[in-house]
Design a protein. Structure first.
Length: 373
């Protein structure tokens, strides 16, 4: 009886500490580069540069050593950013995670840094898992992964790879996609299939041009790539900029991609995808979680998504959750998120705090029942 009571008391203390730490993390995320209580109470992790080789492939990464390592390794996968692993927002997040005991590995993903997403990123993430769990002085038997936005698809597919699936303890997916075709449909036409349909909030205008930039590397024609990059960057700067002259100079393949990203008819999306170069279509299918056997995912999945997301609708995370066995995935619809950025002032921060509590519980080997609170 006494042992049971002591165990309950200790468990309660651990839970209270976890809830408090989640509150500190939320405050630090909201503070950004400004002072926070977490910064005052903890030491910043030490950052070291890594160069590692996996199966002949050479990689660069940053490793954040926490002052007190008690949560294990976490691979942090960046999204589209020209600054790669040194994007200030990513650095700040890695430091926050380090302050609460995670040993954070941030690999450089050349494709995402160049706004070009492909199965090469899947390979890079698999190699990062191999390195983190099997090589070097920082090796551990299992690791967690966190990814945001368009990086969620490659991360999930990497975590399902038969060679490394058992080495991944949990995956945190923030604002990710489930169905590539439906994601393209929403970004270009505003129709959220599988969700709110045409009643969904209108997509951000920048999203379609980000998609265009992400697929240029699959076009064989150098002139097409140059023209479409110019079109995308001009339209990002000025949505009304005239691009008719550039469009007239595109080849059939370049025009097919342009027509997909500028199409506004939901029913035409599949046909327009079929007109794309075969290599591009193959990659889109390979990066589509809905086309994979999600039963191969052994990791727990923590989905965090803003209900008003205008880049990738929350319906994608709902469908991801529902595609997995009951209890394996948990979704937190966090109003504090503006796609992947935390809103200032802790607005609607309750569900984001709950998500952080759950992540901390999983890192401590708890939350096996899917609750973690």
């Amino acid at each position: 009886m006494a042992l049971s009571l002591l165990s309950a008391l200790l468990s309660g203390c651990a839970s209270l500490n976890r809830h408090h730490q989640a509150l500190l993390v939320l405050g630090d995320l909201s503070a950004g580069s400004e002072q926070s209580r977490l910064k005052r109470l903890t030491d910043a992790p030490r950052r070291d540069e890594l160069a590692y080789v996996q199966r002949g492939r050479v990689y660069q990464a940053d490793l954040y050593h926490p002052a007190e390592d008690h949560r294990g390794s976490l691979i942090l996968v960046h999204g589209f950013t020209e600054l790669g692993r040194r994007d200030p927002r990513l650095v700040a997040l890695a430091k926050t995670l380090g302050r609460v005991g995670f040993r954070v590995v941030v690999p450089e993903l050349d494709g995402l840094r160049d706004y070009a997403i492909s199965t090469r990123e899947v390979e890079t993430i698999i190699d990062a898992i191999r390195y983190t769990t099997r090589a070097g002085p920082e090796a551990s038997s299992r690791t967690a992964i966190a990814a945001v936005s368009f990086a969620v698809g490659p991360t999930l597919i990497a975590a399902m790879d038969e060679e490394v699936a058992s080495a991944v303890s949990f995956v945190v997916a923030v604002g990710g996609y489930y169905d590539m075709t439906d994601m393209l449909r929403y970004v270009t036409t505003g129709d959220d299939r599988g969700g709110a349909g045409q009643q969904a909030p209108p997509p951000q205008r920048e999203a379609r041009w980000a998609v265009l930039l992400s697929q240029l590397h699959w076009l064989k024609d150098v002139r097409d790539r140059s023209l479409l990059e110019s079109i995308a960057r001009r339209r990002l700067a000025d949505p009304e900029a005239s691009v008719a002259a550039e469009v007239r100079r595109l080849s059939a393949s370049g025009r097919a991609l342009f027509e997909l990203v500028t199409n506004e008819a939901p029913g035409r999306v599949e046909a327009l995808i079929d007109e794309l170069p075969a290599a591009l279509v193959k990659e889109l299918e390979a990066l589509d979680p809905s086309r994979h056997d999600l039963g191969r995912l052994e990791a727990r999945l923590v989905l965090i998504h803003g209900p008003g997301d205008r880049v990738i609708p929350v319906s994608h995370s709902r469908r991801l959750r529902d595609a997995l066995p009951p209890g394996q995935a948990r979704l937190f619809e966090a109003g504090a998120l503006q796609h992947v950025a935390v809103s200032p002032g802790w607005r609607d921060g309750w569900n984001l705090w709950r998500a952080l509590v759950h992540v901390l519980a999983l890192s401590e080997g708890e939350g096996k029942d899917g609750r973690g609170e």
